[in-house]
Design a protein around this ligand. Structure first.
Ligand code: DON
Length: 303
């Protein structure tokens, strides 16, 4: 595959969409992002990486971090996690409160905010420092030791985090948090505030394309566990647009309100695209279109 030619063609085809949609405004530190950015990178299972556009520019990974905290937690805790969080699509926005009450404080899946807060709580119990565990994993897998969590973004989220605090306190009232709410939220905001480029994220997602095997050849997840993370990405990774994402792209994918999307072609490669303009569901407009083009041009969807 001539990745450079492929990625240039995709970039040219989605260029008219770059700048469409809205930059995330509910986290003030993200509201100043330029809307005209676009980057895409592909890392194959051998760790060879190609990219075009703004593929080496760091952006806020936000909810893409939930993929890594889930993988790290499953690796340490196995199936126990599923007693505290489900694995069904929610059909609701990522920050919705409504299902939590009638489902007794058990979030639908690990990718909506409530579910990711439970996963971070468990990772905090297991590691003593969930934020650092996620950061160190991302540095190791991307081979980029300079990756950090952006303190301004984390503080901005904390200062405007009433919704996440409400979700966390509500779950705590059902006994579904093991650590104090402020501790869990601090680690959750830190993991969301990590800044990485498409290059870094495509490499960091490689273990999901390699069926659980890390860059250094060691195993994080069994093949079965990697399949499960990919399955939850496919069904829940783009929230109440997961059906449309599966229809258009046909790959496991995880989006973030920073405008990034990480998608996995199991057995072949990881793809990361970034463009900050979001649709009403919080997914990058040009990013989804680029992944749609990627699977259409290559035929590499899981379907
Ligand atoms: O907790 C939040 O709302 C953000 N840190 C993450 C949300 C997000 O990225 C949703 N993704 N599309």
């Amino acid at each position: 595959m001539d990745y450079d030619a492929l990625l240039h063609e995709i970039a040219a085809q989605v260029r008219p969409l770059v700048g469409q949609g809205q930059v995330s405004r509910y986290i003030p530190a993200l509201a100043t992002m330029r809307e005209d950015r676009f980057g895409i990178a592909v890392a194959d299972v051998d760790g060879e990486v190609h990219g075009v556009g703004d593929w080496e520019v760091p952006f806020s990974i936000q909810s893409i971090s939930k993929t890594f905290s889930l993988a790290l937690t499953l690796a340490r805790d196995g199936e126990h996690l599923w007693r505290r969080v489900g694995r069904e699509p929610s059909g609701n926005p990522f920050n919705s409160l409504v299902q939590l009450e009638y489902e007794n404080g058990v979030p639908r899946n690990p990718f909506i905010n409530a579910g990711a807060i439970v996963v971070t709580d468990r990772l905090q119990t297991l590691t003593g420092d969930a934020g650092t565990a996620v950061l160190e994993f991302l540095r190791a897998e991307s081979g980029n030791p300079a990756i950090t969590a952006d303190r301004d973004v984390a503080d901005s989220e904390a200062a405007h985090g009433d919704r996440n605090a409400a979700l966390a306190h509500f779950m705590a009232s059902y006994g579904n948090l093991e650590n104090p709410v402020p501790v869990v939220l601090e680690h959750y905001f830190r993991q969301c505030a990590v800044a990485m480029s498409c290059r870094d994220l495509a490499l960091a997602g490689g273990f999901l394309a390699r069926r659980g095997v890390r860059n250094d050849g060691s195993r994080l997840l069994t093949g079965s566990e990697a399949k499960r993370v990919n399955a939850v990405m496919l069904t829940c990774g783009t929230y109440d647009a997961a059906g449309d994402f599966a229809y258009r792209v046909g790959l496991p994918g995880k989006s973030g309100v920073g405008g990034g999307i990480l998608a996995i072609v199991p057995g072949r490669c990881a793809v990361c695209v970034w463009s900050p303009g979001l649709d009403a569901h919080g997914n990058s407009v040009a990013g989804v279109a680029a992944l749609d083009r990627f699977t259409t041009l290559t035929g590499w969807s899981v379907f």
